[in-house]
Design a protein around this ligand. Structure first.
Ligand SMILES: CC(C)(COP(=O)(O)OP(=O)(O)OC[C@H]1O[C@@H](n2cnc3c(N)ncnc32)[C@H](O)[C@@H]1OP(=O)(O)O)[C@@H](O)C(=O)NCCC(=O)NCCS
Length: 331
């Protein structure tokens, strides 16, 4: 039986309190004090209507099994996702995706450019869910003076269009899961990017963990592209060049998920990476790519110069050796 999603009403008060209270009670010292700290639960539809937002409830056999809300934040065209709760029995059924997807759609239709949310640092299952939905950690940890002594992560993502951003260390760490999916999909589709298929997700995650560590050290810039709120591609600038090459950076791991190819994402990532390099004084960029790949066409189109080619440089999954072309560009 599939739960039906309908607008939430003030009279669903008892359901909101049960859903949120049950979810909080899964974590130690997480206490819901409705009248002391969350009085809006007494009339939640009115609360979100007054804020210009909206609220939904998922119902199965006349029983509320999930909820979500959204409201405009009044600055930066950002909307916030709030009160995202799904009953334990419904987790893993896709209901959470339907609820959040619906709330995101509402916010985007109303003009949201960015979607943000706050989540308790203890709610690790929720973090995985938001990260899967392409949100990244963004900004400081909020410390609430409530009875649960809550600390909260802020997550955010661009909501619409093609947006490329450079991630800081916290954002990079929170992007590991989605970036691992992109790397695995690219390797499975035959990309020549150090790994051979089948690439285990854990191996891919270990790779991205190392990258976020290097971002934290200032040795790497990590750029990510979102397409209509979905993380679709990435590229890196390796800045750990020797002391006599501080004007140089190596461009690496340009990856666009196969579902998003031929839509200009690769080009957008390259252009932003070049712009970012210029901005930090890295005026000579280098990269290498398997000869004959889509990347080679793209780099030439963007004005990269071939510096040379090494025959039989890297093997494919059948063990066949391929040439690698080395490129450079002054930016
Ligand atoms: C290379 C890659 C990043 C390109 O991403 P993309 O988002 O599909 O690229 P774009 O849509 O921005 O393409 C820009 C231009 O590159 C060229 N191009 C891209 N894919 C191409 C292909 N399969 N064949 C020929 N040209 C191609 C075209 O000139 C294209 O412009 P057009 O679409 O207007 O014709 C993507 O194919 C990928 O992730 N490949 C696997 C990983 C990889 O090989 N990375 C390079 C490592 S060095």
């Amino acid at each position: 039986m599939t739960a039906v999603i309908r607008p939430g009403r003030d009279t669903d008060e008892a359901d909101y309190i049960r859903l949120i209270g049950d979810a909080w009670s899964e974590y130690p010292n997480c206490i819901l004090d409705v009248d002391g700290e969350v009085p809006e639960l007494r009339a939640l539809e009115s609360y979100f209507a007054k804020a210009g937002g909206a609220l939904w409830v998922a119902e199965e056999e006349d029983r509320a099994v999930g909820m979500v809300a959204t409201r405009p934040l009044g600055s930066d065209n950002a909307w916030e996702i709030c009160k995202m709760y799904v009953e334990k029995s419904q987790r893993g059924t896709g209901l959470a995706h339907r609820l959040l997807g619906g709330a995101e759609e509402h916010a985007i239709r109303a003009g949201a450019q960015r979607i943000v949310l706050w989540t308790d640092t203890r709610f690790d299952a929720a973090h995985k869910f938001y990260e899967k939905r392409s949100y990244v950690r963004s900004g400081s940890i909020r410390i609430l003076d409530d009875i649960s002594k809550s600390l909260e992560f802020r997550y955010a993502k661009p909501a619409r269009g093609v947006v490329v951003e450079a991630l800081d260390a916290a954002a990079a760490a929170s992007a590991e899961r989605r970036l691992a999916d992109i790397l695995v999909a690219c390797v499975d589709a035959g990309a020549s990017v150090s790994y051979l298929p089948p690439l285990a997700v854990e191996t891919a995650r270990t790779f991205w963990r190392k990258v976020s560590g290097e971002v934290a050290m200032g040795n790497r810039l990590l750029l990510v592209a979102w397409v209509d709120g979905r993380m679709a591609g990435t590229v890196q600038l390796d800045l750990a060049t020797p002391p006599n090459q501080r004007h140089r950076a190596e461009l690496a791991k340009l990856l666009v998920h196969p579902d998003f190819r031929r839509n200009g994402i690769g080009r957008a990532l390259m252009q932003r990476a070049e712009q970012a390099a210029r901005g930090i004084g890295r005026t000579l960029l280098t990269l290498d790519t398997r000869a004959g790949d889509a990347g080679e066409v793209l780099y030439r189109e963007l004005g990269w110069q071939e510096g040379g080619r090494i025959p039989g440089f890297a093997a494919d999954s059948d063990g066949k050796l391929h040439d690698t072309v080395f490129f450079y560009k002054k930016v």
